[in-house]
Write a protein that binds this ligand. Structure first.
Ligand code: COA
Length: 341
């Protein structure tokens, strides 16, 4: 049975069952990734940025005759942002290849279509069954990045110390656990992000960055609400006070042993001064001190971004797997999956 589901009012039994299914999928598809914990899971599934909406459905197994609680074996949500509905879809490994994934995708696509959105997007992890699933269901491969993982236990901290100090004169490196709070700093930070905004790299913006100060504040607040603790390192150009470079890491309460490194940006006029290497190295020192449970950091880069891949390799990141963005016209998918039922 499939029904619309609201994580805000869901029972703790339902959340636990969804977590079990998620972890069964992680174990099957991504055996090297950490399992998830029941920590701020409700908030993770329900909180959004202002103006965004997430709609979710679950598929439950029929209750057993012995009265044991129903199990959630499938889950789908769409995050409606701008013109696009971003899909997250999950089917328990024990019940795959029986059409449940296609059915859940059809329900979500139909809703996105009726809500008036034009496109669907989804992040698809290379080397998992999801690739063949979205290929078979009419999605196009739009963009690919490489995920790399760094193990803190393998870091050469002495060499890293050199890297952290290896920034040209005239720059100051600052650490902002939780994100910057000073309004002037937030503005400078937003300006640095905005500068790279118009670089057309072909991705679908499934995880849009925030480019104005208000939006940036909201985005940091949203991360906190979802149990994802942001850490930010900034390189400040001392003469102008401008943010010359920034790197952002989030430590999610749901898998606190592995952090996500999001945007790393060095503004155009400040390249080749060692900033990229220095801010990322400094970040690793700060994380080691602030997050004793942390064992790994993962990050995503375009293949074309050779200089950043090179710096990542120097720091100790190892390429792990492809990470795709698939896209589709929502009307196509809604009609295609409707026709099949
Ligand atoms: C992708 C996923 C949702 C598919 O669910 P499913 O219920 O098995 O999908 P369906 O049975 O509806 O499959 C539909 C079609 O997709 C294709 N497909 C799905 N899985 C496939 C596989 N492993 N190999 C090849 N084709 C596949 C087939 O064409 C299939 O039709 P068929 O069975 O008639 O040949 C499921 O594998 C899943 O949950 N993956 C994990 C997703 C994820 O987010 N992982 C990251 C966090 S762990």
């Amino acid at each position: 049975m499939v029904r619309e589901w609201d994580p805000r009012t869901a029972s703790s039994g339902e959340l636990q069952s969804l977590l079990d299914t998620l972890n069964a999928a992680v174990a099957a598809d991504l055996p090297d990734d950490p399992l998830w914990q029941d920590s701020s899971l409700r908030e993770y599934l329900s909180e959004t940025m202002p103006g965004e909406r997430r709609i979710s459905w679950i598929a439950e197994e029929k209750p057993d005759a012995d009265g044991s609680p129903t199990r959630i074996v499938g889950y789908v949500n769409v995050l409606l942002l701008g013109e696009i509905g971003v899909v997250e879809l999950l089917v328990h490994p024990a019940v795959r290849r029986r059409g449940l994934g296609r059915r859940l995708l059809g329900i979500a696509a139909r809703r996105v279509y009726h809500e008036g959105f034009t496109a669907l997007g989804v992040e698809v992890i290379g080397g998992t069954p999801a690739v063949a699933f979205y290929d078979a269901n009419g999605f196009n491969r739009e963009y690919v990045e490489i995920r790399s993982v760094l193990r803190l236990s393998a870091v050469d901290w002495l060499a890293l110390g050199e890297m952290a100090r290896g920034v040209a004169a005239g720059y100051r490196i600052e650490f902002h656990p939780g994100g910057p709070t000073d309004p002037q700093m937030i503005e400078a930070y937003a300006r640095a992000k905005a500068e790279l905004r118009d670089v057309e790299d072909g991705d679908l913006d499934l995880r849009p960055s925030s480019y104005d100060p208000e939006r940036l504040r909201e985005s940091l607040a949203c991360l906190h609400r979802r149990g994802m603790k942001p850490y930010i390192v900034l390189a400040i150009h001392e003469q102008t006070g401008e943010v010359a470079g920034l790197t952002e890491v989030v430590v999610p309460a749901q898998h606190p042993t592995r952090a996500d490194q999001y945007d790393t940006i060095v503004a155009q006029g400040h390249r080749s001064y060692g900033i990229d290497r220095a801010i990322k190295a400094r970040m690793l020192f700060e994380l080691r001190a602030a997050e004793p449970k942390l064992a790994e950091v993962q990050t995503w880069n375009a293949q074309a971004n050779e200089s950043m891949l090179k710096v990542n390799a120097e720091l100790g990141f190892e390429p792990d797997r492809d990470w795709w963005e698939f896209g589709a016209d929502v009307a196509d998918i809604a009609h295609r999956l409707e026709a099949e039922h």
